[in-house]
Design a protein around this ligand. Structure first.
Ligand SMILES: Cc1ncc(COP(=O)(O)O)c(C=O)c1O
Length: 367
């Protein structure tokens, strides 16, 4: 269903999104769900994704402006700002918009002393259990929590941490992080949250009161070396384009910038209208699969800004206009990511705004 011409487009499958949410519920039936929709819902379109996931218990974003976009879109559910707020103005705005904030640094505590909040704000106090990015150390945690309890502008205090290595189920670090979290945070009376998608699927002990799935909602696996399909998930984003040129090259002809591919024989090649200017990874290796008319064919030569080339020997009758899928339906993004030395998260977030977006509603029809 190309919207027009042969330019690239993505489809966002909202029925798959719903199905992946069911998978979250099935894996963590006793936890409330923060659907993580930061970074424009990992490139899937935040407002539309929020509309489809409206049954979740709340939405988690990274920054205040993302949370305010949701409120402006009439989302009334709880919204959590994972990086919290950094100035008195931001704190006031967050409180007025009834947002919940993560508090991970002493500087965020200080700003409470310069604002009088009309409505107390719910705070998720972050313990650093081993990620060593945001959060208070085990020693700092309890004194900060006691200080917070004294501040009139602070409403409920909940506790959270973030898992660093749960994508590798054999790494003992996750159990160690969870043990520390349980030791420090359990018993303090507040709600607890630690699970990202990998924790949710791989470590039931991480489920606590609230889980925070991101990548699994979009259908990709959080575990390296596996695909979302193997975890009972369905890809939500499919990146599509078309053949814009087909030609016959001679043995010895070199293809593209730097001529990194030399034709071993007379052969047909196809040029696909997609490149790194659209978000296709420039470092995709030769041999990375591309679905042409539903068949996996290898990428050859360098990825350029607007084009890639594919070996058409297995499909000599392919023509200009034929359909191409770069990842998604029938071609897991995780595989493309691995062959490009990156992760599916980055592929999804990297789709640029010149790629047309078509939302497929729950019945599969364009929204
Ligand atoms: C604090 C926090 N929780 C949860 C998530 C969701 O992680 P994932 O997409 O791996 O499920 C993220 C994403 O980076 C995060 O930063």
């Amino acid at each position: 269903m190309p919207a027009s011409g042969l330019t690239p487009w993505v489809t966002i499958d909202h029925a798959a999104l719903r199905q992946n949410l069911e998978r979250v519920r099935q894996a963590a039936p006793n936890s409330a769900i923060w659907a993580v929709i930061k970074a424009d819902a990992y490139g899937h379109g935040m407002e539309r994704v929020a509309a489809t996931l409206r049954d979740v218990d709340g939405f988690a974003v990274a920054r205040l402006d993302e949370a305010l976009r949701l409120r402006a879109d009439n989302i009334t559910k709880p919204i959590l700002i994972l990086e919290g707020v950094h100035t008195a103005d931001e704190l006031r705005v967050a409180s007025e918009a009834q947002l919940q904030i993560v508090l991970h640094h002493a500087s965020q505590l200080e700003i409470f002393s310069v604002v009088d909040l009309a409505t107390p704000i719910s705070v998720w106090l972050k313990l650093d259990t081993g990620m060593h990015r945001l959060g208070f150390s085990a020693d700092e945690f309890e004194p900060i929590r006691l200080q917070l309890q004294q501040i009139p502008g602070v409403g409920e205090i909940a506790m959270m941490t973030h898992l660093a290595n749960a994508d590798d189920r054999s790494d003992p670090a996750t159990e160690e992080q969870l043990a520390l979290f349980n030791k420090i945070a359990t018993g303090s009376g507040g709600l607890l949250s630690s699970a990202n998608s990998a924790g949710l699927l791989g470590f039931p002990a991480s489920h606590h009161d609230w889980v925070r799935p991101g990548i699994m909602l979009y259908g990709a696996s959080p575990f390296s070396g596996t695909t979302g399909l193997q975890q009972g998930l369905k890809p939500v984003m499919t990146l599509r384009s078309s053949l814009i040129s087909v030609k016959q090259l001679q043995k010895g002809d070199r293809i593209g910038y730097s001529g990194t591919y030399t034709c071993p024989e007379t052969m047909p090649i196809g040029v696909v209208g997609i490149g790194y200017g659209d978000g296709y990874p420039r470092h995709a290796k030769a041999g990375t699969p591309v679905l042409v008319n539903g068949q996996r064919l290898p990428l050859i030569g360098r990825v350029s800004m607007d084009m890639i080339t594919v070996d058409l020997r297995q499909q000599p009758h392919a023509q200009v206009g034929d359909s191409v899928i770069l990842w998604g339906d029938g071609l897991p993004a995780e595989q493309i990511a691995e062959l490009s030395n990156t992760i599916a998260y980055q592929l999804f977030c990297g789709i640029t705004n010149r790629v047309r977006r078509v939302d497929l509603a729950l019945d599969g029809v364009g929204l």
